[in-house]
Design a protein around this ligand. Structure first.
Ligand code: MN
Ligand code: MN
Length: 312
């Protein structure tokens, strides 16, 4: 099996059956390095739905993806065998059943010695993904979290599990180590000052948009933490971007990062062991000209390159 994207010279990028990055669709029983997997579920949203349609739309737009990372001098699809492993089964009207299916499905992928890049879905899917990773890694993971929101919020309508509470559960269940984790792109307004209590109590580092913008971007990049020893899980919620750059999302917050800023931060990250990653909260029905899906494709590419590269 040749794990290479379909050539745009032979088959123009608007042609052919859509798979992630035009890669072959291969079941996870085969031997390769990274499985890209859709998780079409938006039963955990508190505002706009639509993320269930993201895997299909992102597959379509990923036809425009390219394989060579300029600044890392890395041909990612030469270094790693990557395949589209299809979608994870979900139950659109039941979060609990969906969580079981996600944990089981991704547990199998990890047991087959593969890493994964999941495409949500709303952010509630990250909790069962982290549970599967924690079990496989047999240690807490460092968590690199791009988001406008802390996602440490309390139960909503008496429901513990939703897209705004998974970080709290991940800390409380011992899945991630908050003291070696970071949240990037956070901004207000908040529901109340007590929104800050959880991250303070657990020593979770928060990088606000103000902190990114307070100095020249090149100087800010030097302040990024480096991830040398622990395995890392990276989660990219597209609402870290300003709605001008990512309108197609469930819970937009103005005053966000630009696509260039997140791209530059992702390019500068040094992660020795990226265990797994996800890109979530793309809601194609609210998108304009597919700019949100395109931003997601770029973040996915950076995640794949991080999986292929060692920090030096
Ligand atoms: Mn989120
Ligand atoms: Mn968010």
């Amino acid at each position: 099996m040749d794990y290479k994207p379909l050539s745009g010279r032979e088959y123009p990028r608007f042609s052919a059956i859509k798979t992630f990055f035009r890669l072959p669709q291969v079941p996870t029983t085969e031997i390769y390095d990274v499985a890209i997997v859709g998780v079409p579920f938006d039963g955990g949203v508190t505002y706009r739905p639509g993320a269930r349609f993201a895997p299909a739309r992102v597959r379509e737009l990923s036809s425009l993806g390219r394989g060579y990372h300029w600044s890392r001098a890395l041909a990612v699809f030469d270094r790693l065998k990557v395949a589209d492993a299809g979608d994870c089964p979900t139950v659109p009207i039941d979060l609990k059943q969906t969580y079981s299916k996600i944990e089981e499905h991704f547990g199998q992928i990890l047991r087959a010695e593969k890493r994964f890049l999941a495409v949500g879905g709303d952010h509630s899917i990250t909790l069962p993904l982290l549970r599967a990773c924690r079990r496989k890694a047999q240690q807490k993971l460092s968590f690199v979290h791009f988001d406008a929101h802390f996602d440490t919020y309390p139960a909503a309508w008496d429901c513990e599990y939703h897209h705004g509470s998974f970080v709290r559960h991940a800390v409380e269940e011992g899945l991630i180590d908050p003291t070696t984790s970071v949240q990037i792109g956070i901004r207000g307004p908040l529901a109340g000052g007590d929104d800050l209590e959880f991250v303070k109590k657990h020593g979770l580092r928060t990088i606000t948009v103000d902190e990114v913008r307070r100095q020249p971007l090149a100087d800010f990049l030097k302040t990024l933490p480096q991830f040398v020893h622990q395995p890392v899980y990276l989660s990219f919620d597209v609402d870290c971007l300003d709605p001008a750059y990512a309108p197609g999302t469930g819970t937009p917050v103005v005053g966000g990062l630009t696509t260039y800023e997140t791209q530059t931060i992702l390019r500068a990250l040094k992660i020795n062991h990226l265990f797994a990653a996800d890109v979530v909260e793309v809601s194609p029905p609210y998108d304009q000209g597919d700019i949100t899906s395109l931003a997601a494709v770029d973040a996915m590419f950076e995640c794949l390159c991080l999986m292929a590269s060692k920090a030096s």
